[in-house]
Design a protein around this ligand. Structure first.
Ligand code: PLP
Length: 360
């Protein structure tokens, strides 16, 4: 089976085996060592000296945590959105009482840093900018380096959805000055769903001291205290997922970060070239096409649902459809985590065979 949705991704045998291990006491020494080691390894992948918190929850939990730990109801927030996940980030802030201004861009394109500069100039009271690094719903990677530079000019917090980018696409957190960056274990990390990993800068901690949004489970302060004082999580963590994540992190270190990024770049190139050679069109502006997910337009005369069904049932290839307004208009190939170029070639061969069966 080729599970090629943009998360959850397949897990290597070593990761699966690690997760069959017996439970340990999550308040004991063994767990403490595991947590400490994974935390340090994650900092290297995030390329940060900031605090790193491993929370039990999915990526959305990490995004909610980013919001509620740094903001207060009534704070003015600029939510940059190029797709469904950018919209969701803004929705989270609105749900907790932030005054959200939306800076939306056409789906399939990247955010324009100049438009962001204008928006920040127009409202100097903005206290945080929310942005998605890699928009999984459209297959577009934002130019986060330029976006971060613009945000730094005027000083609000920069909260980043790195759910489908960190660990697959370069995101040097400290170099770019990102205050909170969240990801999820089921994306580029070769592990199952269940953990959100979040980096928190000094500036974010200063905001935390004043932030008044309601929070309990996601409290960064408690997470940091338990980590630093006891090498524990405040609440019972997803122990087995951490077993798996630890092995995934070892594999990534062995491959080297540059090697991991280069592999994702190579695999995504195979995906894009292959899709085009089948006469299909990419949905994303190719200058900003993602290295973790490729969105493909469903051509006239092809039934998208049938296509995914034939791929799944006759070829064992599982791809994702479009979300929200892109339902029925695109399909998406995930290529993050445990993936090689040959996997993509297999997907493309299946696609070539399935396409005629989904016409009419
Ligand atoms: N943000 C992005 C960019 C994502 O790709 C996803 C998951 O697909 C999420 C947020 C939400 O993560 P989760 O489904 O783990 O809550």
């Amino acid at each position: 089976m080729q599970l090629r949705v943009p998360g959850p991704t397949p897990c290597p045998e070593e990761v699966l085996n690690a997760m069959t291990r017996q439970m340990v006491n999550h308040r004991g020494k063994e767990f403490g060592e595991l947590l400490e080691r994974a935390t340090e390894q994650l900092k290297r992948v995030f390329q940060t000296k900031n605090d790193m918190l491993i929370l039990t929850g999915s990526g959305t939990g990490g995004l909610e945590a980013a919001v509620v730990n740094t903001l207060s109801p009534g704070d003015r927030v600029l939510a940059v959105s190029i797709g469904a996940f950018g919209d969701r980030f803004g929705d989270i802030a609105a749900a907790f009482g932030a005054q959200v201004t939306r800076l939306g861009f056409e789906w399939g394109t990247a955010a324009d840093p100049e438009a962001l500069r204008r928006a920040l100039k127009a409202d100097p009271s903005i206290s945080a900018v929310l942005v998605t690094h890699n928009e999984t719903s459209t297959g577009v990677t934002n130019d986060l380096a330029s976006i971060a530079a613009v945000v730094r000019e005027s000083g609000p917090l920069l909260l980043v959805d790195g759910v489908s980018s960190v660990g697959s696409i370069n995101l040097p957190v400290d170099e770019w000055g990102c205050d909170v960056v969240a990801t999820g274990s089921q994306k580029g990390w070769m592990a199952p769903p269940g953990l959100a990993m979040v980096s928190v800068s000094q500036k974010a901690w200063a905001a935390f001291d004043k932030a008044k949004m309601p929070r309990f489970y996601w409290d960064f302060g408690k997470a940091r205290r338990f980590l630093n004082e006891k090498k524990q999580n405040p609440w019972t963590p997803a122990v087995s997922v951490l077993y798996g994540l630890a092995v995934g992190l070892d594999m990534m270190e062995k491959e080297t970060l540059q090697g991991v990024f280069a592999r994702h770049a190579g695999v995504s190139q195979v995906a894009r070239d292959g899709v085009k050679s089948l006469g299909l069109s990419l949905f994303a502006d190719e200058a900003h096409a993602s290295n973790t997910v490729t969105a493909v337009k469903i051509p006239e005369g092809v039934n998208g649902k049938k296509l995914l069904q034939v791929l799944r049932e006759e070829h064992g290839v599982v791809l994702a459809g479009g979300q929200q307004k892109l339902d029925g208009k695109i399909f998406r190939i995930g290529h993050l985590g445990w993936v090689e170029e040959e996997d993509m070639r297999e997907v493309l061969r299946a696609l070539e065979a399935a396409l005629p069966r989904a016409r009419g």
